[in-house]
Design a protein around this ligand. Structure first.
Ligand code: NDP
Length: 433
């Protein structure tokens, strides 16, 4: 705490992991002797830089750029870039720390990192976004590479932004190095299923938890928050599996569509027009819009928080439990506050932490790297089959680990221990570096 003041999100993420891994650490006194935990919570490298750029009115703007290269024990640093006004060191360190264990769970040979900027693309023109991305890359390019650090998208960074950044990286290095960024366009090195992967994976994980209890997703009412990449494709997969998603949200409010979402309309508003979710209620009759709150007051069987950190608090959790929720799977990173998580677990609600449930995105990014390295291009079916297998394996590994340590059904504990063990073993074998 003293070493990292004013970093509440980072403290929250570290505490959650450290509280779980006691039983694994107790078996290995050498972890203490070699200060393994002290090394684990300290990023290998933190890069902070100025990003000056000129807006459409000819005015100079100055933002901050970051890259937290947290842990490379299992492979090159891998993790997204977030562009949002709230971005700061604490948020990126929490995201980078989570990413270490998430990436370990995928078994894809990738280390953990995260980065971004306090630049907010909302309301910015296409040319402003392009200029910002180019300026951001004029510094970031020295630190990344297909064998060192491979960024991807996150909040505020999608295919458009990745394209602009890749273009500048290519110009600066004079190399068409496909594997340096993931989430690329399908026309020049992207992987089918990458766009869908995080949302699809979250729903697959939720279904695995239900199936382990002899239940299924078929016919379940589902509340989803957010209306970005993760939320949209969580809704799509939920519908494919017979679920009925009834809500979406953004930072202004949320919609309730009792008939089940019209996904074509959602995609038109969010992906084509880059509009607000309130627009959905304007265009479809019978849909209710609630401004300034979150979608957790509706009776549902499954809740999928897919927007941002700490968006589901204790009061929300009480409401969901009162209304009979059966399963909660985190599509976003750390969307559930610690007291809300405790309540779900104490109330026997199946609870999947983000580092397990939303790992499908980064796992498919690793598949994108694999295709880039071998100059191949997989079919949608092949990539989706691989994603489905990876999500099943992550589920089974978290469930089995929890079982082995006498905590059956505790996916938080199981995922933390399984991810930590893989990283710790690699760090021990690689010595004090
Ligand atoms: P997008 O930018 O595509 O969408 C983000 C959504 O969350 C928007 O609807 C946005 O609304 C909403 N949101 C953002 N901040 C807030 C806030 N403070 N309060 C309420 N709503 C908010 O991002 P993604 O869908 O890619 O990411 C969503 C979450 O999933 C993040 O936690 C991210 O780290 C995590 N994640 C994403 C992965 C990916 O592959 N994309 C992989 C793994 C995790 P508004 O437009 O109003 O800001």
């Amino acid at each position: 705490l003293k070493r990292n003041p004013n970093e509440p999100e980072f403290h929250q993420a570290v505490r959650e992991v450290l509280e779980s891994i006691g039983p694994a650490v107790a078996k290995h006194p050498e972890y203490i002797e070699t200060k393994l935990l002290d090394r684990l919570v300290e990023p290998e490298r933190q890069i902070l830089f100025r990003v000056p750029w000129v807006d459409d009115n000819g005015k100079v703007q100055v933002n901050r750029g970051y890259r937290i290269e947290f842990n490379s024990a299992l492979g090159p640093y891998k993790g997204g870039l977030r562009f949002h006004h709230s971005v700061n060191r604490s948020i990126l360190k929490f995201l980078g720390f989570e990413q270490i264990f998430k990436n370990a769970l995928t078994m894809q040979g990738i280390g953990g990192g995260k980065g971004g900027s306090d630049f907010d693309p909302h309301g910015r023109s296409d040319t402003e976004v392009m200029r910002f991305c180019q300026q951001f890359m004029t510094e970031l390019y020295r630190h990344i590479g297909d064998q060192t650090d491979v960024p991807a998208g996150d909040i505020g960074v999608g295919g458009r932004e990745v394209g602009y950044m890749f273009g500048m990286y290519k110009r600066l290095t004079n190399r068409f190095e496909s594997g340096v960024l993931t989430g690329k366009s399908l026309k020049w090195g992207g992987s089918l299923v990458r766009t869908e992967a995080t949302g699809y994976g979250t729903v697959l994980f939720a279904r695995s938890m239900l199936q382990a209890q002899g239940d299924d997703l078929e016919g379940k009412r589902i509340a989803i928050s957010g209306s970005g990449n993760v939320a949209i494709y969580a809704a799509e997969k939920a519908m494919q599996l017979g679920g009925v998603p009834v809500t979406l949200s953004d930072s202004s409010g949320w919609i309730l569509d009792e008939d089940g979402l019209d996904l074509d309309l959602v995609k038109q508003i969010k992906e084509v027009e880059r509009g607000r979710i309130s627009e959905y209620a304007n265009r479809k009759s019978g849909v209710k819009y609630f401004s300034g709150s979150r979608p957790w007051s509706v009776p549902v069987d499954v809740a999928l928080p897919c927007a941002t950190q700490n968006e589901l608090n204790l009061a929300d959790a009480k409401e969901l439990v009162k209304n009979g929720v059966r399963a909660v799977a985190e599509g976003a990173n750390m969307p559930t506050t610690p007291d809300a998580t405790d309540l779900f677990q104490a109330s026997s609600v199946l609870f999947a932490p983000g580092k397990a449930a939303n790992a499908g995105g980064v796992a498919t990014s690793a598949l994108e790297m694999e295709q880039n390295a071998s100059r191949t291009r997989w079919s949608f079916e092949k990539a989706e089959k691989k994603l489905t297998e990876i999500m099943r394996d992550i589920h089974d590994s978290a469930a089995q680990t929890a079982e082995e340590y006498g905590r059956p059904g505790d996916y938080v504990f199981g995922a933390n221990i399984a991810g930590f063990t893989r990283v710790a073993d690699a760090m021990m074998e690689q010595g004090i570096v």
